[in-house]
Design a protein around this ligand. Structure first.
Ligand SMILES: *[C@@H]1O[C@H](CO)[C@@H](O)[C@H](O)[C@H]1NC(C)=O
Ligand SMILES: *[C@@H]1O[C@H](CO)[C@@H](O)[C@H](O)[C@H]1NC(C)=O
Ligand SMILES: *[C@@H]1O[C@H](CO)[C@@H](O)[C@H](O)[C@H]1NC(C)=O
Ligand SMILES: *[C@@H]1O[C@H](CO)[C@@H](O)[C@H](O)[C@H]1NC(C)=O
Length: 331
């Protein structure tokens, strides 16, 4: 092989070079593998949504989760008219059994929940110490509005620089969860197809998040995007996010020491209805009828498209932190 090729390969597979790192495959989750990788959180919605999170047997029995060899569906109930004085519409919230520090997570998603009142999220946090262990929201939005938003939420003191190398547009610079009604420091993605009906009509796409000791980066590629890196579109033993181009959202540690603000995180997927975000913005230019809670209570069939369809989740960990065991979360 040519010497320059050798140098390039050596750099690619040398796990001791400084960031950017090469991350090696730790978990590949697909189809029925979701049932082993995640645990079901049958909890009251902490964000005051009009939902009831059910346990695993109930979600299977009511077909709110469903898998085939290459599909995992997670949805809300769409055929029960609710008693307005009773509990909210059944939905599902799942949390990975494992926690992660430096890692890359790739979400290959075919469909995200859409419709008035919906508030889907793919995110990471450590619930037990929230917000002291920090939170990163990778996929989030409400009422089909706008593009995807990635956001950090932290304890007081963590701030993002205004001028950052990313394609998205920042909202607040302070990540302090006690300010701005816990809006956090968000970044709106530039791509229309990164959220809601536009995401779904394109057949979905890939979200990827890299967490290093000094930054978070989040990318999005639509299903028909020619630029999707091959180590995102396909399962490889390693990924090299340094080659993925400018992220949609970039959160550096410049004014936010990560060892102070972030612990190891679980991956969480939840689908809420109304609540703090979707409820408060329900009538703001959305065209959504009546009130959010009435819509959820009485319009069951409006939630037919309120579902996630996952092709895969892959988690890669920093090759230098070999404190994990490699496993494949399938049956
Ligand atoms: C359960 O949901 C899946 C996916 O939406 C669907 O294909 C299947 O027909 C449903 N099964 C029943 C019994 O409704
Ligand atoms: C933003 O950062 C870039 C790169 O560091 C720099 O060239 C540019 O002048 C900065 N812009 C502002 C408004 O500070
Ligand atoms: C779900 O997602 C968001 C992540 O943005 C989180 O802040 C919120 O507490 C969760 N809400 C529900 C409904 O579980
Ligand atoms: C149910 O949905 C229909 C069609 O969007 C709408 O006209 C009606 O106001 C909704 N009802 C409630 C109670 O939200």
């Amino acid at each position: 092989m040519r010497f320059s090729t050798f140098i390039a390969l050596a750099a690619l597979f040398n796990p001791t070079r400084s960031y950017g790192a090469i991350y090696s495959l730790s978990d590949e989750v697909c189809g029925p593998g979701f049932y082993g990788f995640f645990e079901w959180e049958a909890i009251e919605d902490p964000t005051h949504g009009r939902v009831t999170y059910v346990d695993k047997p109930t979600s299977i029995h009511q077909n709110l989760t469903y898998s085939t060899s290459d599909t995992f569906i997670l949805r809300t109930d769409f055929d029960t008219v609710l008693d307005p004085n009773g509990p909210g519409r059944n939905s599902v919230r799942i949390r990975s059994k494992k926690t992660y520090t430096s890692h890359v997570a790739v979400f290959d998603v075919r469909h995200i929940p859409q419709g008035c009142g919906t508030w889907p999220a793919i995110w990471e946090t450590l619930e037990a110490t929230w917000p002291n262990g920090g939170e990163i929201d990778i996929v989030e939005g409400a009422n089909d509005q706008g593009t995807n938003q990635a956001t950090l939420h932290t304890s007081p003191g963590c701030v993002m620089p205004t001028n950052r190398t990313m394609t998205g547009t920042p909202t607040y610079d302070t990540c302090d969860a006690t300010l701005n009604f816990n809006a956090g420091c968000g970044v709106k993605f530039p791509t229309a197809s990164s959220f809601g009906p536009a995401f779904n009509t394109n057949g979905g796409g890939w979200y990827a998040m890299e967490r290093s000791p000094t930054y978070f980066k989040v990318w999005f590629w639509s299903r028909d995007d020619f630029d999707v890196p091959s180590d995102v579109a396909h399962t490889r033993p390693f990924v090299n996010p340094d080659a993925w181009g400018t992220p949609a959202a970039y959160f550096p540690s410049t004014s936010c020491d990560f060892s102070t603000y972030f612990n190891a995180h679980n991956i969480i997927i939840n689908l809420s209805l109304c609540g703090d975000w979707a409820g408060s913005t329900y009538s703001q230019g959305t065209g959504c009828p009546s009130t959010c809670v009435d819509y959820v209570n009485y319009n069951a069939s409006a939630f037919t498209d309120a579902y996630f369809d996952f092709a895969l989740i892959r988690v890669y960990q920093d090759s230098r932190n070999n404190h994990y065991s490699r496993r494949k979360a399938t049956f």
